[in-house]
Design a protein around this ligand. Structure first.
Ligand code: ASP
Ligand code: MG
Length: 463
């Protein structure tokens, strides 16, 4: 049994959706298929939250837009009138639920994390229903199963839930496994699970990859296939580095580090569940389905030059907490870190010295984190310093921390092009070294590194 995940990028426009629905019976029989919402739909659902809060009269036209979008695709996909009617009935029922949520929001005037999750994951239901009815219209034995019926249990944390793998693995024996015996293809909406008390909880944006990984682990699938419109991981972002090449094998660790630091191929937490069961992740390019994409497993084939990929993220900022004696003042780290997390913000990383604690944060969290620290009484620091004109560059490869000279080569390449490094973190991960640069130096920096580690010439496209 495989678990196949189909991303929103593959569900974009009628031709691609039709192509996917033709591939599903060929490659998908006997398997569970986890789907994202149609391309752009999650954003539309979240956009509706603002409209619903603003004005009751905006709700019905917004629902009409969502209805039309799905119906126009459905009517082009399905020849069978009976299946089209079946889909329309499902769609109407799911839209009714969404309508209740939007009106509830308008009535209370308050958006809770619970409501945001319940609304934002509805697009996955629409697409699962759409594909299931489409395959039925092709005469396939196909059905969909919602995560609440599958009992994909989570820890209940809204917006960033973690799957309870043990409880889910136990539940699927009674839910998904018998269902798969009855239907050749089972389609499951991705992006969310349910808490033990039945609350819908999402896994964060892009979380359908993680749903699929959790289901693969729960049923002990032979492989997790991620269907995308690319072959997989590259030695760098080809938009920035035209010489970037495809990577055929990565370890779980490399994949996780690359996903955390900017490569948008997989949700950063996808490897967590499958790694526990040693299930391989294979990326499949639906434009070229016969070809093998990147394979992610625990075999840590070290690249000749150790480094497999150079990645970056622009979504980075630093908040420096200057305080003397950080190293011998018990509790200071937990006081400041606690204030940031209590404000519901995520700390990407922390680097501390004797006089300064530097938090790496998403850009949007910088100001709220600064404000949270300013509230602490008595004030445990001398000064705070914010910086958001940065980018984070990471070089990733298994063995990086145990191979001599990699860091030296990295920083001499950076120094050779006269770039100043603002902060370095090296050591905590056995597969990544990352550092911060001023944002204007991204192109120059990434090309210098790619040229050094992959022997490519330095071609810097006009920024
Ligand atoms: N549809 C959700 C999103 O856009 C989840 C996913 O596609 O993985 O974030
Ligand atoms: Mg995705």
């Amino acid at each position: 049994m495989k678990v196949i995940k189909i991303g929103g990028g593959c569900l974009k426009g009628i031709n691609t959706i039709r192509q996917i629905s033709h591939l599903m019976p060929i490659y998908g029989k006997g398997n569970a298929i986890v789907v994202s919402a149609l391309y752009g739909v999650t954003d539309i659902l979240i956009g509706g939250i603002k409209k619903a809060l603003e004005d009751e009269d905006k709700i019905l036209p917004h629902l009409e837009t969502i209805l039309k979008l799905h119906l126009s695709v459905a009517s082009m996909l399905m020849d069978s009138e009976e299946c089209l009617q079946g889909y329309k009935a499902d769609l109407a029922e799911t839209l009714k639920l969404l309508e209740r949520y939007y009106f509830g929001l308008n009535f209370t005037g308050e958006l809770t994390p619970k409501m945001k999750d319940a609304i934002s994951c509805i697009g996955e239901r629409f697409s699962a229903q759409l594909l299931a009815w489409t395959l039925k219209s092709y005469g396939q034995s196909c059905a969909y199963l919602l995560p609440q019926h599958l009992k994909l249990y989570t820890d209940g944390k809204f917006g960033d839930a973690t799957v309870d793998l043990e409880a889910t693995a136990e539940a699927v024996k009674e839910t998904l496994i018998p269902y798969m015996a009855e239907h050749e293809i089972v389609i499951i909406p991705g992006f969310y699970g349910i808490s033990q008390s039945g609350n819908i909880t999402t896994f964060g944006r892009g979380g359908s990859d993680y749903s699929a990984a959790a289901i693969a682990a729960a049923i002990n699938a032979e492989v997790l296939e991620i269907w995308k419109d690319v072959d997989g991981f590259m030695t760098s972002d080809p938009k920035l580095v035209p010489e970037a090449a495809f990577i055929d094998r990565l370890s779980y660790e490399e994949c996780a580090e690359l996903s955390y630091f900017g490569a948008t191929i997989l949700h950063p937490r996808t490897v967590e569940p499958v790694r526990q069961r040693n299930i391989e992740i294979v990326i499949k390019n639906t434009i070229n389905p016969g070809r093998q994409g990147s394979v992610i497993s625990d075999t840590s084939e070290q690249a000749a030059k150790v480094i497999k990929s150079i990645t970056y993220t622009e979504d980075i900022s630093t908040l420096k907490v200057h305080a003397s004696g950080v190293g011998y003042r018990p509790g200071i780290l937990s006081i400041v870190a606690g204030a940031i997390t209590d404000a519901g913000l995520n700390i990407k990383s922390v680097v501390a010295t004797q006089t300064c604690i530097t938090f790496l944060l998403s850009k949007q969290d910088l100001e709220p984190a600064y404000n949270a620290l300013m509230q602490i009484k008595p004030v445990p620091f001398r000064m705070l310093e914010k910086e958001d004109q940065l980018v984070l560059l990471a070089i990733v490869g298994e063995g990086i921390s145990s191979s001599k000279g990699v860091a030296a080569r990295c920083f001499s390449a950076i120094a050779d092009v006269d770039i100043n490094v603002e902060l370095i973190s090296f050591g905590p991960s056995r597969a990544a070294l990352y550092f911060l640069l001023h944002k204007d130096e991204l192109h120059q920096g990434i090309h210098a590194l790619h040229a050094t580690f992959f022997d490519t010439k330095m071609t810097i496209p006009a920024a």
